[in-house]
Design a protein around this ligand. Structure first.
Ligand code: ADP
Length: 416
């Protein structure tokens, strides 16, 4: 038996009337503001009561009534309804099986169960399995509200999915454009090195060979050209170093940060000696990183603390404390400090707060620190006031790499 029923706003449901091929015209007849209901029901009277309840609840409706799976599927394909209302128990079929069909077809249509009697446990089970709601046949007055809520939930779900998709697309675009930009910076700085080497070498040669042989102005001009070339070389080398962070074969794993500090102190030996800097550190933790890159972070921070020192000799201290799944490091100095309004700028490539004649440098050190720290999922910032020293703080993941899903493993996974 394949009884179907077509009803619209004005007609009565006629269970038992078979809708033959092309019966989907019933949907096409539905007006744009009509609620399209696909009703799984074998009882003509019950079908009419449901239709009445919906109309009474303020809906203009267009209903197709089906009893069996094949017809249900056919109607779904002809025109997906706004809502499915299904009798829990049919002689040949079950309302919940309609839900399986919706899932199989990948259709996101709310299904409301209508039943003569449905125990609480069964009802909860049905909701858990994906039914949007259930209404008892002797409580049909609640049906319009249930439909309204179901439609609203569906709308909200669609909006949420839409914004999640938009966000994912934007993140992907951003990652792609970042990668392009990095590639460009890398290629440009790499390929510019060679011609620049020529310019620097020949202007230097010019200076050596012709100094004093032309006039004074010529000597000055050659001097400027030579200086400019050297400066550009140094900027390009820094840019190259910056764009290499993240593309190197960094060996991500457990790194003893005491060891990274020791290595940084070793490379800064001369500067420490000349400035009389005293650098102390508490026992430091093992973190997830690459030893060379972590050494670079400490080296840049110590180097700055020495360079931007106040009147007395630099005093620098390093501490680390656990903060959730991460370690929070602090590198404090007693230097000239930074006005809070520049706290973010200083981490941007080539951003500096002083003239080169005052303090040497290209303004890339902190940008490299930031890139390294972010590469491992951490963050870096400064807390400071002019004249009151600075505290550079950064976080790094601390988890045990043997644990499944540990940040150490995750960090290893993101190294290109
Ligand atoms: P550079 O040291 O080459 O100028 P950085 O990127 O390392 O480049 O630093 C950017 C700017 O941040 C510096 O020019 C300086 O103005 C400021 N800065 C960095 N570290 C310190 C510090 N420890 N104390 C005061 N100012 C600092």
């Amino acid at each position: 038996m394949s009884p179907h029923n077509v009803e619209n706003e004005n007609s009565q449901p006629q269970v038992g009337k078979t809708v033959g091929p092309g019966s989907g015209t019933s949907w096409l007849a539905a007006k744009p503001n009509q609620l399209r209901v696909l009703h799984v029901e074998d009882n003509e009277l019950d079908a009419e009561l449901v239709a009445q309840a919906l109309r009474k609840g303020g809906f203009a409706i267009s209903v197709v009534v089906v009893q069996a799976e094949a017809e249900f599927e056919r109607q779904l394909h002809l025109h997906p309804p706004d809502v499915v209302i299904a009798d829990y128990n049919l002689p040949q079929w079950k309302g919940m099986e309609a839900l399986e069909v919706l899932r199989r077809e990948g259709l996101d249509i709310p299904l409301i169960l209508v039943s003569g009697a449905l125990g609480d446990i069964t009802a909860v089970e049905c909701i858990k399995r994906g039914a949007t709601d259930y209404v008892l046949k002797d409580g049909l007055a609640r049906l319009p509200e249930a439909v309204r809520r179901a439609l609203q939930e569906k709308r909200q779900l669609r909006l949420r999915r839409q914004s999640e998709e938009d966000l994912a697309r934007k993140v992907e675009e951003l990652a792609r454009s970042n990668a392009d930009l990095e590639q460009f910076a890398y290629v440009a700085s790499h390929d510019l090195q060679e011609p620049l080497r020529m310019v620097a070498a020949y202007t230097q040669l010019l200076g050596e060979r012709y100094r004093g042989k032309l006039d004074e102005t010529a000597d000055k001009f050659i001097g400027y050209a030579s200086e400019g070339a050297l400066r550009m070389q140094s900027l390009i080398q820094d840019l190259l170093a910056f764009s290499r962070v993240g593309r190197s074969d960094a060996a991500v794993g457990q790194v003893d940060s005491n060891e990274a500090v020791q290595r940084a102190l070793l490379s800064l030996g001369t500067a420490i000696q000349e400035s009389g800097a005293v650098i102390t550190h508490d026992p430091l933790p093992v973190v997830c990183a690459d030893i060379t890159q972590l050494t670079q972070v400490f080296q840049n921070l110590f180097g700055n603390a020495i360079k931007f020192c106040g009147k007395g000799p630099p005093a620098i201290s390093v501490q680390a404390e656990k903060s959730g799944e991460q370690w929070l490091f602090s590198v404090r100095d007693n230097g000239i400090g930074i006005a809070p309004e520049y706290a973010e700028n200083i981490f941007v490539v080539f951003q500096r707060l002083h003239a080169r004649t005052e303090y040497a440098g290209n303004g890339i050190g902190l940008a490299i620190c930031k890139k390294i720290i972010q590469h491992y999922g951490g963050n870096i910032w400064v807390e400071s006031q002019t004249g009151q020293g600075s505290a550079f703080k950064f976080t790094l993941p601390s988890a045990d790499p043997s644990k499944e899903g540990s940040p150490c493993k995750a960090a290893a996974a993101i190294v290109p």
